[in-house]
Design a protein around this ligand. Structure first.
Ligand SMILES: [Zn+2]
Length: 159
């Protein structure tokens, strides 16, 4: 077992939480597993909009997925396992290994969002790397990144 509190996370916000009480945008630990050799795998809930009140449009969700993937790969390298949009279109699941300190994770997210602002095209927007390469829009994704960066001080407030 690890003590999540030692890494800056509030245990009340780890695991299943009532979606009505969530205060997006935030980054929290949805779940974690510890391997036999002590490796820590964390599933992050990067929640962007209020569940059951707002949702991200499919094209925006898709482009944001690509942009987050490129940025997280750039900053985390082998510590990134996966990024995926939530079916409810309110945020993203991000799976990482052996990075678990809250400050460290929030700082990576800030760098990734700033990197999105510098892009002139959506990464991996081609038929070799993407299942719907025509279905992208960079500008709304950059606008969303800007909005999230403006609310950076609220990312740690989860419920
Ligand atoms: Zn794609």
């Amino acid at each position: 077992m690890i003590n999540i509190e030692n890494y800056g996370w509030d245990p009340k916000t780890v695991g299943e939480i009532n979606h009505k009480l969530m205060k997006p945008p935030f980054v929290r630990i949805g779940d974690y597993k510890i391997g036999e050799k002590g490796d820590i795998v964390i599933l992050l809930d990067f929640r962007i909009v209020q569940p059951n009140q707002k949702s991200l449009k499919p094209k925006l969700l898709h482009s944001m997925e690509h942009l987050l993937l490129e940025g997280l790969r750039f900053y985390l390298k082998d510590k990134l396992i996966n990024v995926g949009p939530m079916g409810c279109q309110t945020g993203f699941y991000i799976t990482v290994v052996n990075i678990y300190k809250k400050d460290e994770i929030l700082s990576v997210m800030e760098k990734v969002l700033n990197r999105i602002l510098e892009k002139t095209e959506v990464p991996y927007r081609n038929v070799n790397d993407c299942g719907q390469a025509k279905f992208h829009d960079l500008t709304p994704a950059q606008n969303l990144a800007k909005k999230l960066l403006a609310k950076k001080d609220e990312w740690a407030v989860i419920i």
